[in-house]
Design a protein around this ligand. Structure first.
Ligand code: GLV
Length: 390
C-alpha cells in the first residue's frame, strides 16, 4: 500500500487564533498567569508531583465550594462530564429523579437521566422564573425521587436560583440534592456544607477563568453512601466514582491505580485559577461580580434596554440577560459586535433562544472597564443595526 491521501493544505499553514473579547456566557478570557500554568512542561499523570498538584486542586475546590467533603475532585472533561458523573453514579436505572427545569441545564440533566434509564419527573417553568421551596417540597412528596436537581446559575436565562432551605427539604424526604454551579461559582455565594447540598459541580471556563476541559465536583457522605452501595455498576466506565475516587486519592488507599490519562495541562491551569480565587478570596470575588453587574445594569438601562430578570436579587451576577429590543434582529446585533468590536456576546440558549441576548463578565473579565467596552459596542450596534421599516 502507499499513501494516497495527501497532507491537507490547511495543516501546512500556521495555526491562527484571533484575539477576542469573550463577553458571552463562557468560555471567558483566560488570564496570562493561567495560560502560562497550562503551558508548563508535561509530567506523567501518575507521577508523585502530579498527585501533589491534584491534592492542591482538591483543597482549592473545597474552598471554592465551602465544603469539607473528602470526595472532592475534578472531572477530565467539561461541565457536562461532571453533570453526567453526578447522575450516573447517584442514580440507578428505574429510580425516580426530580429535575427542576427553567432553562437549558435542567433540560440537559433530564435527558441524561432518561438516557441512563431513570424514571424522570420534571418540575417546569419558563426561563426567567424560579421555584418556591413549597413547590419543590410538594413535587418531592409526590414523586419521591432519590435525587432532586436544581441549577444555581441558569446561564440561559441569567437567573440565580435561591438555594436556602432546599437541602433541608431534600434531607427530610431522603433524597439527594444535586446543584449545578457551572455559571455561578465564584460569582455568587454558594455554601455546599451549610446549605446541605449533597452533590455540587462546576466548570473551569466561567468565573474560574481556566480553559474549558476540567470540571470540579464534590460528593458528601450521604451521596457517597448511596453511590457506593449500588446494585448495578454506573453506565460509564470513565465516570465511575469507584475508579475516580481512587485516581484522586479520595478512597483512603495507599496506591492510585491507572484509570485514565487526566488532562495534565488542564489540571495545571485549573490549579492556577483556584489559586487566584484563594488569593482574592470568595467574598471579594462575589462582591466584585455584584458591583460590576450593577454597573452594567445601569449602563444597559441608560441605553434604553430592558433587563430580562426584573427582580435584582434573582439576577445572576456573571451572566446578564437583556430582552431583545424591539425593531432589531438579535443575530445582526451579535454579528455586528463580533465583526466590528471583536467581541462575543450571545443569544439565548435552548428555551431562551429568541428571548434574550447575554453578556458575561466573569472572573478576570469582571471589570467596569470591560462593562464600558461592552456598552460601547452595544450602543454602536444599536445605532447601526436597526431594521428598516417595510
Ligand atoms: C453555556 O455554557 C452557555 O450558557 O451558553
Amino acid at each position: 500500500s502507499s499513501v494516497t491521501i495527501p497532507p491537507p493544505a490547511c495543516m501546512l499553514r500556521p495555526l491562527e487564533v484571533p484575539l477576542r473579547y469573550l463577553f458571552g456566557p463562557g468560555p471567558s478570557n483566560v488570564p496570562p498567569r493561567v495560560l502560562a500554568a497550562g503551558a508548563k512542561p508535561i509530567i506523567g499523570h501518575l507521577h508523585p508531583e502530579m498527585y501533589e498538584i491534584m491534592n492542591d486542586i482538591k483543597k482549592g475546590i473545597r474552598y471554592a465550594f465551602q465544603t469539607e467533603n473528602n470526595m472532592t475532585l475534578s472531572m477530565s472533561g467539561s461541565g457536562h462530564a461532571a453533570m453526567e458523573c453526578a447522575v450516573f453514579n447517584a442514580v440507578e436505572p428505574g429510580e425516580s429523579v426530580l429535575i427542576a427545569i427553567n432553562g437549558i441545564w435542567g433540560e440537559r440533566v433530564a435527558e441524561i437521566a432518561e438516557r441512563m434509564g431513570a424514571n424522570v419527573h420534571k418540575l417546569e417553568k419558563t426561563p426567567g422564573n424560579y421555584f418556591s421551596n413549597k413547590e419543590i417540597e410538594q413535587a418531592i412528596e409526590k414523586h419521591k425521587p432519590v435525587l432532586f436537581f436544581l441549577t444555581h446559575g441558569e446561564s440561559s436565562a441569567g437567573l440565580c436560583h435561591p438555594i436556602d432551605g432546599i437541602g433541608d427539604i431534600c434531607r427530610k424526604h431522603g433524597c439527594l440534592f444535586l446543584v449545578d454551579t457551572v455559571a455561578s461559582l465564584g460569582a455568587a455565594p454558594i455554601f455546599m456544607d451549610q446549605q446541605n447540598i449533597d452533590i455540587l459541580y462546576t466548570g473551569s471556563q466561567k468565573a474560574l477563568n481556566a480553559p474549558p476541559g476540567t470540571a470540579p465536583v464534590s460528593f458528601n457522605d450521604r451521596a457517597c453512601h448511596k453511590m457506593f452501595n449500588r446494585k448495578t455498576k454506573p453506565v460509564s466506565y470513565l465516570f465511575d466514582m469507584e475508579h475516580l475516587s481512587n485516581y484522586w486519592g479520595c478512597d483512603g488507599k495507599q496506591d492510585r491505580m491507572y484509570h485514565h490519562t487526566g488532562p495534565v495541562s488542564g489540571f495545571f491551569a485549573l490549579r492556577e485559577s483556584l489559586a487566584i480565587l484563594a488569593e482574592k478570596g470568595l467574598e471579594e470575588s462575589w462582591r466584585k461580580h455584584k458591583e460590576v453587574a450593577a454597573y452594567l445594569y445601569r449602563g444597559l438601562e441608560d441605553l434604553g434596554l430592558k433587563l430580562f430578570i426584573s427582580d435584582k436579587d434573582l439576577r445572576l451576577p456573571s451572566v446578564t440577560t437583556i430582552a431583545i429590543p424591539d425593531g432589531y434582529d438579535w443575530r445582526k446585533l451579535l454579528m455586528y459586535m463580533m465583526k466590528n468590536h471583536r467581541m462575543e456576546m450571545t443569544g439565548g440558549l435552548g428555551p431562551s433562544v429568541g428571548m434574550v441576548m447575554r453578556i458575561g463578565l466573569m472572573g478576570y473579565n469582571c471589570e467596569k472597564s470591560n462593562a464600558d467596552m461592552a456598552l460601547h459596542a452595544l450602543a454602536d450596534a444599536l445605532k447601526n443595526c436597526k431594521k428598516s421599516k417595510a
